[in-house]
Design a protein around this ligand. Structure first.
Ligand SMILES: [Zn+2]
Length: 477
């Protein structure tokens, strides 16, 4: 355990800010004073171009959610893989108001925040890479589209439905995130294929010829296309006609060959890694230990780490498969989302939330390992918005007044009790996102650009600049 942690700190030749000595006997984790990092940081600055970009996005993974997972899994003085990247900053996460875009909406959803980092342009909540306030089809160009046009291979991986907001902002444009399949187009009339539009998110993902699409949401792709040349086919049939191999479980994914792979591993969101009791109003339940290994035990679905490894492999080794007619350039853009950190925070389930955060962290490790042998890779680890969970004092038995919201006490692996409270809504009423800045960490070419406080939209510019996709002058808004 001690050696294992020590190894983490040698990544990129930079110790994390505080090294950790785990003391198994005492069940404690203890921080020691770090060495001067100035030289190591200077050496880690790489202003050159990137051949590959892998963006890891923890949905709803604010500082609080990361700390909850770290405390539980490796102890307060321990470090997750996502804590080991050499450059760390914070970025702002607000949206704009649909009716008056001069005004700010301080709490964003995944669609508006995703539009910000994917296109460099802020929009209103619910919009998927489409311009705020527009009545018709108003697409904003995304980093995935720019990468594809330049001949890079592109991939989109998630634990949610592939048509959910975060993956959608890269390969689709709709005015409302609910328009996930051809039968879900009620809120997006101008985008319907029968109205001459580009269709639902599922249709657009496939029509974009994204090389690797892995996640849930099979039910959206089983719907029937209602306009255009593919009318009457399901989205899956249309995908097969476009050269996609469709796979449905971990073994199918392991065996899949290109040119294009569409993995649909669940009808809805993918299965959760861990389980446990949800938080509750007072009187609180006894301290709990989370039950791990549920997905592996109960399903044939791949883990996020397995999907990440396979996506990298397919993007590295498949021949030029992108929709671009231009000469194929070596390199790829890949987005990897840990989606259910957010979804389990909404339903006040700390064990499930932590399990998804740890699974996301394992996927980050896959990316860091790849970057070590492929140094022209920019790795970014960030979130789209913060969430509701807070680490609060453990309630005492004699505590007289009930607290607001729902609370759960967890027995962490280092042997301490940690109380997690969800109180942005009454218990059981779907907790809210919160509006604070979130962490952005990076390693590799251009990584130093995440340092300090930036805007969420600046991430688009950082990735585009690293891949040489936009002129230096094209700033964010
Ligand atoms: Zn959410």
């Amino acid at each position: 355990m001690i050696r294992h942690r020590a190894r983490r700190h040698r990544m990129f030749g930079i110790a994390a800010a505080v090294a950790t000595i785990g003391s198994a006997a005492a069940g404690l984790s203890m921080a020691v004073t770090p060495a001067d990092q100035s030289d190591a940081l200077r050496r880690a600055i790489d202003g050159g171009p990137a051949r590959n970009v892998i963006l890891f996005l923890g949905d709803g993974m604010g500082d609080s959610e990361m700390t909850i997972a770290r405390n539980y899994q490796v102890g307060a003085g321990g470090r997750l893989w996502m804590d080991t990247l050499p450059f760390t900053g914070a970025y702002t996460t607000y949206a704009l108001q649909e009716r008056d875009p001069r005004r700010v909406d301080y709490v964003t959803d995944s669609a508006a925040s995703g539009t910000g980092w994917a296109t460099g342009v802020r929009t209103s909540n619910g919009r998927v890479s489409s311009a705020v306030g527009s009545a018709g089809v108003a697409p904003l160009v995304t980093i995935l589209e720019l990468a594809q046009r330049a001949g890079l291979r592109v991939g989109n991986v998630t634990t949610s439905e592939l048509t959910d907001a975060t993956p959608a902002v890269l390969d689709a444009h709709v005015n409302d995130r609910s328009c996930q399949g051809p039968a879900d187009m009620k809120a997006c009339a101008p985008y319907r294929k029968s109205n001459g539009g580009p269709g639902s998110i599922a249709e657009q993902s496939v029509d974009h010829l994204v090389d690797v699409l892995l996640g849930g949401g099979r039910r959206r792709f089983a719907q029937t296309i209602e306009g255009g040349p593919d009318r009457g086919k399901t989205v899956m049939e249309s995908a097969e006609a476009k050269g996609y191999t469709i796979v449905y479980d971990a073994s199918g994914l392991a065996a899949a060959r290109g040119p294009r792979v569409l993995g649909l591993f669940n009808d809805g969101n993918m299965s959760l890694e861990w389980t446990g009791q949800p938080a509750s109003p007072a009187p609180y339940r006894a301290p709990q230990t989370c039950l791990e290994g549920r997905r592996a035990l109960l399903t044939n679905e791949p883990s996020l780490a397995e999907m990440t490894a396979r996506a990298i492999d397919l993007l590295q080794n498949a021949r030029g498969t992108s929709g671009s007619p231009s000469a194929v350039r070596r390199g790829f853009f890949l987005q990897v989302e840990g989606a259910s950190i957010d979804k389990q925070a909404h339903v006040e389930s700390p064990c499930q939330q932590i399990g998804e955060t740890i699974a996301f962290d394992q996927a980050v490790k896959v990316g860091l390992d790849f970057a070590r042998s492929h140094p022209q890779t920019l790795i970014i680890v960030t979130a789209d918005h913060a969430h509701s969970g807070q680490i609060v004092p453990v309630p005492s038995a004699s505590e007289a007044s009930a607290r607001p919201g729902a609370l759960s006490v967890l027995l962490t692996k280092e042997g301490s009790q940690m109380a997690v409270s969800y109180a942005t809504r009454a218990p059981g009423r779907a907790q809210d996102h919160t509006g604070s800045q979130v962490r952005i960490a990076a390693a590799g070419p251009q990584a130093a650009n995440v340092v300090g406080l930036t805007n969420q939209t600046d991430l688009f510019t950082t990735m585009a600049r690293a891949l040489g996709l936009v002129p230096e002058a094209a700033g964010s808004r």
